[in-house]
Design a protein around this ligand. Structure first.
Ligand code: ADP
Ligand code: ADP
Length: 225
C-alpha cells in the first residue's frame, strides 16, 4: 500500500498537450475515481502511472519513490482492464498465477496466493476451467485475481466493468467495494458510470481537457441541497 503523488504532471503527444500541469495527491489506502468526458485524458493518466506511457513533464511518486523512469514491472502496480485478456489455452488457475510464475517466487507461495485470491473473489470452484467456459462476470473476476495475487501497492482500474450488462455491473461494483474494504490497496479507478463513482470513491476527480475541473467526496460533488 502506498500514496501516489502527481506533481505538475504533463503529457504531450508531439506538440499537443493532453494533460496540463496536473497536481494530485492520493493517500495510502484511498480509493480515487477519475471521471470526465471521452478524450479528457483519463486513460493517459492511468497509463503514465502504470509506466505504459512516458511522462512528458513533472514528477510521479509511488510511495516515497520517484517513479517516472521505473519500468512497469518495477512499479509494484497492478492494472485491471475492461477486456480481460485471459490466455485461452491456460486454466483459470494458471491465468491467475501467470505473472507470479514469471518471477522466482516459490510454488507453495504462489499456490497460497492463488487460493487466497480465489477465495476473496468466490471463484475457487472455477480454478480448473478454461476461459471459454466462463461468463463475462467470471472472466472479470479472474482478471482481478491476477491483479490481487501480485499484492501490489496500487491497483489501477481502466473501466473494468464497461463490458458487462447492468446486473453484473451492479454485482461486480459491490465485489470491488468489498475487495477494497478487505485489502485496502490504494486504488485509482476510471469510469463513465456515475453510480460506480458514487459507490466506490473516497474522492472523485473530474477531469476536463487534461486538467482537474473538480475534486471532492461523492457527497461534496453530487449532493444537491
Ligand atoms: P480518455 O481516456 O479520457 O477517453 P485518453 O487519455 O484516451 O482520454 O486521451 C486523451 C487525449 O489524448 C485525446 O485527445 C486522445 O485523442 C489523445 N491521445 C491519446 N493517446 C494518443 C496517442 N498515442 N497519440 C496521440 N494522441 C493521443
Ligand atoms: P479509451 O477512451 O477507452 O481509452 P481510446 O479510443 O481513447 O479508448 O484509446 C484507445 C487507444 O488508442 C489508447 O491506447 C490510446 O493511447 C490510443 N489513442 C487514442 N487516441 C489516439 C490518437 N489520437 N492517436 C493515436 N492513438 C490514440
Amino acid at each position: 500500500m502506498a500514496q501516489v503523488l502527481l506533481k505538475n504532471i504533463a503529457k504531450y503527444y508531439n506538440k499537443t498537450k493532453v494533460i496540463e500541469e496536473l497536481n494530485l495527491s492520493i493517500k495510502d489506502q484511498e480509493f480515487v475515481v477519475l471521471v470526465g468526458p471521452s478524450g479528457c485524458g483519463k486513460s493517459t493518466l492511468l497509463r503514465m502511472i502504470a509506466g505504459l506511457e512516458e511522462i512528458s513533464d513533472g514528477e510521479l511518486y509511488i510511495g516515497d519513490r520517484l517513479s517516472n523512469e521505473l519500468e512497469p514491472k518495477d512499479r509494484n502496480i497492478a492494472m485491471v482492464f475492461q477486456n480481460y485478456a485471459l490466455y485461452p489455452h491456460l486454466t483459470v488457475k494458471d491465468n491467475i498465477s501467470f505473472g507470479l510464475r514469471a518471477t522466482k517466487m516459490d510454488k507453495q507461495e504462489i499456490e497460497k496466493r492463488v487460493a487466497h485470491a480465489a477465495d476473496i473473489l468466490g471463484v475457487t470452484h472455477l480454478l480448473d476451467r478454461k476461459p471459454s467456459e466462463l461468463s463475462g462476470g467470471q472472466s472479470q473476476r479472474i482478471a482481478m485475481g491476477r491483479a490481487i495475487v501480485r499484492q501490489p501497492e496500487v491497483f489501477l482500474f481502466d473501466e473494468p466493468l464497461s463490458n458487462l450488462d447492468a446486473k453484473l455491473r451492479a454485482n461486480m461494483r459491490v465485489e470491488i467495494k468489498k475487495l477494497h474494504q478487505r485489502v485496502k490497496t490504494t486504488s485509482i479507478y476510471v469510469t463513465h458510470d456515475q453510480v460506480e463513482a458514487m459507490t466506490l470513491a473516497d474522492r472523485i476527480v473530474i477531469l476536463k481537457g487534461g486538467d482537474i475541473q473538480q475534486i471532492g467526496t461523492p457527497m461534496d460533488l453530487y449532493h444537491t441541497p
